[in-house]
Design a protein around this ligand. Structure first.
Ligand SMILES: Nc1ncnc2c1ncn2[C@@H]1O[C@H](COP(=O)(O)OP(=O)(O)OP(=O)(O)O)[C@@H](O)[C@H]1O
Ligand SMILES: [Mg+2]
Length: 217
């Protein structure tokens, strides 16, 4: 369960104005709203990347607004897959190493062979098997986007946040992504920011941010 309780966040203007929201485990949520209303800010707050000015955020019953930065980083790595709007692959690592990276962020006893298996399987799903040895600047924009999304979800945490994941993807790649989200539906909590309506059919709830408030549509 994700609970946002009386949260406010302002930059130059008020972005979120005393909002409360509960998101049940394994629900599929679409977040909509015009550019600049605070969609990415809300995802960042759920991921603990941005702290609200006031209010409480609980994820899986842990009050993340109270955690130290290092505890938060650990928490995020264990619980949250975040597909950011500005995607990031590490440019000095090849694609395979980028996919391995999430497994080394906190030391855990996962067998190398098991990690390799997961990388091979997700690479196949995303059609990036043939570029695993390449470096990010040597691949196409679509391949980059797919590799970045693969690296975000490879650990398959229980909460997937995706900020405009279809940006720059062609029809074929949107279909690949759609199939992946379909596979995870009802198994994980999924929150997607999307301007296009393609994911609406999968949604348990569609939320709209407007004037600092969040409403069901
Ligand atoms: N780090 C920041 N510093 C200052 N202002 C910020 C910061 N992050 C966001 N904002 C402002 O907060 C508001 C909400 O930004 P946010 O990125 O959440 O919008 P959004 O709904 O995701 O928009 P888009 O659809 O364009 O991605 C905007 O007015 C933005 O300029
Ligand atoms: Mg945004």
């Amino acid at each position: 369960m994700i609970e946002i309780i009386d949260c406010s966040k302002s930059y130059e203007n008020i972005v979120l104005n005393n909002v409360s929201l509960k998101i049940k485990d394994k629900s599929f949520i679409i977040l909509k709203g015009l550019s600049g209303v605070g969609k990415s800010t809300l995802l960042n707050i759920i991921a603990g990347i941005v702290k609200p000015d006031s209010g409480i955020v609980k994820v899986n019953n842990i009050e993340i607004t109270e955690l130290s930065d290092s505890a938060l980083a650990k928490f995020r790595n264990a619980n949250i897959s975040y597909i950011r709007q500005t995607q990031g692959l590490v440019h000095w690592l090849n694609i395979r190493d980028n996919l391995e990276l999430p497994f080394y962020i906190d030391a855990q006893d996962m067998e190398k062979s098991a990690i390799k298996k997961m990388i091979d399987s997700i690479s196949e799903q995303f059609g990036i098997t043939n570029i695993l040895k390449k470096y990010p600047e040597k691949i196409s924009g679509g391949q980059y986007q797919r590799a970045a999304i693969a690296s975000s979800i490879i650990k398959s945490q229980n909460i997937i946040l995706a900020d405009e994941p279809t940006n720059n993807l062609d029809k074929n790649n949107i279909k690949i992504l759609m199939d992946i989200f379909k596979k995870y539906k009802s198994k994980k909590t999924i929150i997607i920011v999307s301007h296009i309506d393609i994911f609406d059919e999968l949604a348990d709830e569609i939320l709209l941010i407007e004037n600092g408030k969040i409403q069901n549509v």
